[in-house]
Design a binder for this molecule. Structure first.
Ligand code: FEO
Ligand code: CA
Ligand code: CA
Ligand code: CA
Length: 686
């Protein structure tokens, strides 16, 4: 029997998060009513109408193939549950290629714990200068001006891009999701923040671009300060709205009567890296920054009617919705950044819809059109994809680059509807597998709107195209999209094309009047989350149908309500609250967690997705007290993670820190990026 660590005390927030996390990160989203109270089921007629219109748009030949093929791709059979025997005494660690490391045990150490034989370094901390002329970090004398040239707070999504012509260097792009004022400012008075504190927080949000130097023969990375590509974008930086909702009446404000230029990007959570060398950044819990909302400004996004937590509305009227009701419509998008052009204005791509975007990860159709998968991270919200109508141009010419920077402005936005294949009576809400042995079924991509150079067309009766793109949640409600358990990060496998979606948890599933379990979300009061595996029909990412099954149902493997793709449970690590996902060069899926409910700190795990070891999950690292693991990147030689919100535990403050990471006792706690590598210089996990 696996010995479990004692459970954390019961937390009213539904996950393993501290109250501080809820307050600063999500604006206490868990305390509020679930925003999706729509009754989707009545809309069957609407779907039928939408589907017939969509079918008419598609080539008749394709429809014929669909009928002939029965319309579904069948996901392969359950893996053979066979584990290769270990080699005792040889010192060789067993596992799928890329995952041959000694699994890290669940623990509550105030450090980044890595497998034996691995080393680590802090790549960059909150406050380290990255721009020319920026002073060194001094937490007691911090200024907004300094922060605007320094690495931001609460690093989340990470991307590493190649840097041609510069030896052993890469370009690191990071999201800075939100600020923890009580952990940043000594004596912080949340009722009376000062202008300087607010402006520091503005500058600590957003994005960083920083070139990093590789160390010879290790995976160590260090920042190259003052590189010409280094960049900070934050709450007062300029962003361009592009695509169908740009210029619409819904996004015009008194300072931007054209509705095309927005200041700031907020709550950038996860993201993605495009095949044409740009990065995508999801604007997630943007609602919490706005004050004095109303039913006209809310539209199911959880915009509050009172003052905001951070009181920014006292210092800039754009955060006061009584004065600028449309300002909130200018957040909640996917931002596209060109990290290779430090003078470029990042774009908010309105064709990808507006919701609490966790992540956005593209893959290409056979004819080269990008398809972007996206989750809306809220209990009972939806999973989406965008299919571009334009093909990516290859090559590094200026013309190709300019063309590729328009790919995400034209195409169709879809929302997912999932149908289980087992009788509803067999989905009893406990997580017990149905009689066919799998939580699985088929799915439809329901089109919401199409954007083209000639304008945009709504596919949702009763909503204009502008409304679909700006109030995308309402469009999902109307077409009967499936209410999911917090769709977070998403990653298509570069090898198989299958798409993996992290569904973090949903403590409200089956509670009160909330919807109960369904086959894709099979546990009521779901504390630990699951990972969905999706295969598009004919392996075509532009398809309007897919097959799905649950790849992992997370939790303690001793809990019968868990599932690890059929792999023997006694051979896997416990996992809780999957959040960010990434693939390694061997085709293994890596999963970071947010809010572990099994008594351990959050961590990073690797799991084989193919072959006889499919489902063999192993823990690679754990993070310090109060922290969440984000932004994993797995390269041949290194594993990179964001250690987000270390020390964010109830009662913590600058005066009373709850973590000593990364710099030890007496030093302020700092969110940081960490790189991990093998001390013998070989590749990760081989
Ligand atoms: Fe920012 Fe959904 O986590
Ligand atoms: Ca089934
Ligand atoms: Ca996240
Ligand atoms: Ca990812």
């Amino acid at each position: 029997m696996r010995k479990l660590l004692p459970l954390l005390s019961t937390n009213p927030h539904g996950g393993g998060r501290s109250a501080l996390t809820c307050r600063f990160r999500c604006g206490d989203a868990c305390f509020h009513e679930v925003p999706n109270t729509s009754d989707n089921e009545y809309v069957g007629d609407v779907i039928a109408g939408v589907l017939s219109r969509r079918s008419a748009l598609r080539a008749a030949a394709v429809v014929t193939v669909a009928s002939a093929a029965g319309g579904a791709v069948v996901l392969g059979g359950a893996p053979e549950a066979v584990a290769r025997p270990g080699k005792p005494g040889s010192g060789k660690v067993d596992g799928a290629r890329g995952l041959r490391f000694a699994a890290v045990a669940p623990n509550t150490a105030d450090q980044v714990t890595v497998p034996a034989g691995y080393a680590q370094n802090v790549v960059i901390r909150w406050g380290e200068p990255i721009l020319r002329g920026t002073p060194a970090f001094d937490s007691e004398k911090q200024t907004a001006k300094a922060q605007a040239g320094q690495f931001g707070y609460n690093n989340d999504f990470l991307s590493l891009l190649p840097l041609r012509g510069e030896h052993h260097r890469q370009v690191l792009v990071a999201n800075h999701e939100y600020t923890d004022e009580v952990l940043m400012f000594r004596g912080y008075d949340s009722e009376n923040p000062t202008r300087e504190q607010v402006e520091i927080a503005w500058a600590a949000h957003g994005l960083s671009v920083v070139v990093v130097q590789e160390e010879h023969r290790s995976g160590k990375l260090t920042p190259v300060t003052r590189h010409h590509l280094n960049r900070r974008l934050h709450t007062t930086s300029e962003f361009e709205l592009t695509g169908p909702a740009a210029g619409s009446d819904l996004v015009k404000t008194s300072v931007d009567p054209e509705g095309r230029i927005v200041l700031g990007t907020l709550n950038n959570c996860a993201g993605g890296t495009t095949p044409w060398g740009t990065t995508l950044h999801g604007e997630e819990n943007f609602n919490q920054y706005f004050a004095f909302g109303s039913s006209a400004t809310d539209k199911r996004y959880g915009v509050g009617t009172g003052a905001s937590e951070r009181k920014w509305e006292r210092f800039d009227k754009r955060f006061d919705l009584r004065q600028e009701p449309n300002e909130v419509h200018r957040q909640g998008w996917v931002v596209e950044l060109d990290p290779y052009d430090p003078d470029s204005t990042p774009r908010k791509r309105t064709a990808l819809g507006r919701f609490k975007h966790e992540a956005a990860q593209p893959r290409l159709t056979e004819d080269g059109r990008p398809v972007v998968y996206m989750g809306d991270d809220e209990r009972f919200d939806y999973f989406y994809k965008f299919v571009s109508s334009k093909r990516m141009k290859k090559g590094g010419s200026r013309a190709a680059r300019e063309h590729n920077l328009t790919l995400l402005d034209e195409g169709t936005l879809y929302v997912a509807k999932l149908t289980g294949d087992s009788p509803a009576a067999e989905i009893d809400g406990t997580g017990k597998l149905p009689n066919d042995g799998e939580f699985d079924g088929s799915g439809q991509w329901i089109p919401l709107a199409t954007a083209s150079a000639d304008g945009a067309v709504s596919h949702v009766p009763g909503l204009t195209a502008d409304e679909v793109f700006v109030f995308t949640r309402l469009a999902g409600d109307k077409v009967g999209a499936t209410k999911m358990d917090r769709p977070e990060d998403v990653e298509p496998s570069p090898r198989s094309g299958r798409v993996y979606v992290a569904l973090t948890n949903n403590s409200n599933r089956g509670k009160g009047t909330n919807p109960g379990a369904d086959e894709a979300n099979p546990r009521n009061l779901n504390k630990h989350g699951q990972i969905l595996e999706l295969a598009e029909h004919w392996d075509d990412p532009a398809s309007d149908g897919f097959a799905w099954r649950l790849f992992l149902v997370a939790g303690d493997p001793n809990d019968p309500a868990t599932y690890f793709a059929g792999f023997p449970k006694e051979k896997v690590s416990p996992i809780s609250c999957p959040d960010n996902v990434a693939f390694d060069p061997h085709g293994n899926l890596w999963i970071s967690t947010d809010g572990n409910q099994l008594g351990s700190h959050d961590g990073l795990f690797g799991v084989a997705t193919q072959g006889e070891r499919r489902g063999e999950l192993k823990q690679f690292l754990t993070v310090p007290k109060g922290a969440e693991t984000c932004g994993p990147i797995i390269q041949d030689r290194r594993v990179l993670v964001s250690v987000q919100h270390p020390g964010e535990l109830d009662g913590a403050s600058v005066e009373n820190p709850k973590s000593e990471w990364p710099d030890g006792p007496g030093k302020i706690v700092r969110p940081s990026v960490v790189s991990v590598w093998r001390t013998d210089g070989r590749d990760i996990g081989v």
